[in-house]
Design a protein around this ligand. Structure first.
Ligand code: ZN
Length: 265
């Protein structure tokens, strides 16, 4: 493995996804001397914005490493996560939309026209969905447990305007596991990816769909996760010259999180 150092993402690039008003708020938090709550489960202390800029910046460096051809596969081992961050507010432990920013960066910096984002975190990637909902240049596919946080991700939410058909939600009842996910990848993710012909694949790699995660009730095993990873790498090899970056999202059993991430590497 080659280590790539994270550098803070530039404000200019953050504005490709987030509103100036929200960034001004995050700036202000950096000047305070206490921790504040942005909502029930999203807090920020005076260092949070700086760290969020490193997290998004590390994700950008992962895209650089892949898009420039330095490596085929990259892993963004970043915190905080990003897939719940909305354009104008933080949500669900997320301040900046790491993977959305990475997709926008790949489009601006490398001229990529079609980017596939697969989100197998157990929660719906509502921020990523919102950012690309009307955008056919990014195909977003999310598998998630229905009825848990954040409550979005219905199967008939397929996009708006030119983006219709480029947003695929696969909500699942608790109890689904390796066999269900393997079938979903075979019957939904693969055909959609082949039709879309992505030039880069980005993965919101959350490990909270594991059976022992305290926040959810999906029953993936580490082997099941490893299978999904292999499928995605195989997909990248077949469709876009192997270019794929995994960006860490949730995962609340820390042993599972570390093993899951190690399996990607
Ligand atoms: Zn999650």
């Amino acid at each position: 493995m080659q280590a790539v150092e994270a550098t803070p993402i530039e404000r200019e690039l953050i504005l490709s996804v987030h509103t100036p008003r929200y960034l001004d708020l995050l700036d202000k938090l950096s000047g305070l001397d206490r921790t504040v709550r942005l909502d029930n489960d999203t807090y920020a202390n005076p260092w949070s914005y700086e760290i969020a800029r490193l997290s998004a910046g590390g994700t950008i460096r992962a895209v650089d490493a892949v898009a420039s051809g330095t490596v085929n596969t990259a892993l963004g081992a970043v915190r905080p996560p990003g897939h719940h961050a909305m354009p104008d507010h933080g949500m669900g432990f997320c301040l900046l939309g790491n993977i959305a920013l990475a997709a926008r960066y790949a489009q601006q910096q490398y001229g990529l026209r079609r980017i596939l984002i697969v989100d197998y975190d157990v929660h719906h990637g509502n921020g990523t969905e919102a950012i690309f909902y009307g955008d056919p240049s990014v195909l977003f596919i999310s598998t998630h447990q229905q009825g848990i946080y954040p409550g979005t991700g219905a199967i008939n939410d397929t996009g708006v305007g030119k983006g219709v058909g480029f947003n695929i939600n696969v909500p699942l009842m608790g109890g689904h596991g390796d066999a269900s996910y393997a079938a979903i990848f075979e019957q939904i993710v693969w055909p959609a990816a082949i039709r879309f012909e992505p030039e880069l694949i980005l993965v919101s790699a959350g490990f909270d769909a594991h059976w022992d995660d305290p926040l959810a009730g999906i029953h993936l095993s580490l082997s099941g996760y490893a299978h999904l990873t292999r499928e995605l790498v195989h997909m990248a090899n077949q469709l876009c010259g192997g270019k794929i970056a995994f960006i860490v999202e949730g995962g609340y059993n820390l042993d599972v999180l570390s093993e899951g991430v190690a399996n990607i590497a």
